[in-house]
Design a protein around this ligand. Structure first.
Ligand SMILES: [Zn+2]
Length: 441
């Protein structure tokens, strides 16, 4: 009998949804992990014959899938959750969010807010998040400490904020941060020009040149509302996406967040450029910004990934809720209940997110060779019985499931519903202290 091979971790699951190959579900199989990577996916009995694991986790009531990829958010804004609800985007930003940020945002706010956000994201199944916020050096430090995978795009705007005087200072600080994390295996730094209406042509162009040279991702809020598009036509004689295209900013490295307003020329530009759309349905619904035509984008071969946006406009960072909303809304907008399917909805929240960030070789599916970014969800709740199709349960009834385990690159972030890299009580105390401070203003 051949000797059994030592591995770091063996996860035995009732169901595994690997995402790739597409539309597949493995039953009573195990995932073997070594050196932070998936080395085998095979039936339980085979796994016992082949491997001696350092750690073995039996999840016979669980579904296991790749960790969810949250492609857009402003993590620290979790400290402003519920602070200003029920306003239109313009009023919300100008009269509430920006003044509150001016009064309170500093390195400590971003550190504590990001910790709060990451704790919530781990609990709801996210293992990789994209962030665009001030003091990104604090975001990177917290993400590192929590062992969370992330893409951090430093913000660039034409006006001063608590983080700097203007675009030149933001870019200089961002480039320094990029250098600092150049060799990091979990954290990738990119450019976050806030939106076409807050950044000049000159700086958008400079970002395009730098991002191309550095092969760094770009994330930008784009076509969030009809007003944004109308204002751009009045000011520049063209739609915002056409303008950023002319400035060289629309590339396969570009992540266009929101895109609720899309005409046929926009569709063609997205297809030609290979840029990605980050759909944030709950933020768009809450701010009544419009509806992203997901079905049309998919038909035109544009990659659509999902994001929660910040907790101030959602009001949670729960990607399970987001993927369900995205799926239902896409069907309603397209008038087609068949598209997207349950498996396609799960793909938007995993492999499509990995593609948008240029990480599809590393994460987004459970395949041999990929990083072991894995979550498990418990299926004990009466509300999910019977289970005919576990992908359907995950896409349309996931409130009956609870995320119990989470690993990033093979390291546990949560085991049996206990966070392993963050102190939840401490995080909650700090959030309460911030709310008292912010409420006094
Ligand atoms: Zn946003």
């Amino acid at each position: 009998m051949p000797a059994r091979k030592a591995v770091q971790l063996l996860i035995k699951a009732r169901w595994i949804i690997p995402i790739l190959p597409a539309e597949r579900v493995y039953q009573d199989c195990a995932i073997a992990v070594s050196g932070g990577r998936i080395v085998a996916i095979l039936p339980w009995e085979e796994a016992d014959k082949q491997f001696t694991p350092e750690q073995s986790v039996n999840l016979d009531q669980h579904v296991v899938m790749p960790g969810l990829v949250n492609c857009h958010g402003h993590a620290a804004m979790s400290l402003l959750r519920g602070f200003a609800d029920d306003y239109p985007l313009d009023t919300w930003l100008n009269q509430h969010i920006w003044p509150a940020e001016k009064a309170h945002v500093d390195g400590d706010f971003v550190r504590d807010g990001t910790e709060l956000a990451i704790a919530e994201m781990i609990r709801s199944g996210t293992t990789c998040f994209a962030d665009m916020y001030f003091f990104p050096e604090q975001v990177a430090k917290v993400a590192r400490r929590a062992h969370m995978r992330s893409q951090i795009t430093f913000p660039v705007l034409d006006f001063p904020t608590n983080w700097g005087e203007g675009p030149d200072e933001y870019i200089a600080k961002g480039l320094e941060l990029h250098d600092e994390y150049r060799a990091d295996d979990l954290i990738r730094i990119g450019f976050g020009p806030h939106a076409p209406y807050t950044v000049s042509d000159e700086h958008l162009q400079r970002i395009a040149v730098l991002a191309e040279e550095m092969q760094a991702p770009i994330q930008i809020h784009l076509h969030e509302t009809a007003q944004e598009v109308e204002d751009s036509i009045a000011k520049y004689g063209m739609r915002p996406i056409e303008r950023i295209h002319q400035l060289g900013l629309l590339t396969p490295q570009t992540q266009c967040v929101h895109m609720t307003q899309i005409d046929s020329t926009d569709l063609a530009l997205l297809t030609q450029s290979g840029a990605h759309v980050i759909h944030c349905p709950e933020s768009n619904l809450k701010l009544a910004s419009g509806f992203c035509p997901v079905g049309q984008l998919i038909d035109n071969n544009t990659n659509v990934a999902l994001g929660t946006d910040g907790a101030a406009s959602n009001n949670d960072l729960n990607m399970l809720g987001e993927l369900e909303t995205a799926g239902l809304l896409a069907k309603a907008v397209a008038g087609n209940p068949a598209q997207p399917s349950a498996h396609e909805i799960l793909a938007m929240a995993t492999i499509n997110g990995a593609k948008a960030m240029g990480l599809e070789g590393e994460i987004g599916s459970l395949e041999v060779g990929k990083a072991a970014d894995i979550i498990a969800l418990e299926t004990k709740h009466i509300g999910c019985r019977p289970i005919y199709d576990i992908a359907s349960t995950l896409a349309y009834n996931n409130r009956s499931l609870s995320v119990s385990h989470s690993w990033v690159a093979g390291r546990a972030l949560m085991l049996s519903s206990h966070l392993q890299t963050l102190n939840e009580r401490d995080i909650a105390d700090k959030a309460n202290a911030w709310s008292k401070k912010i409420n006094r203003e």
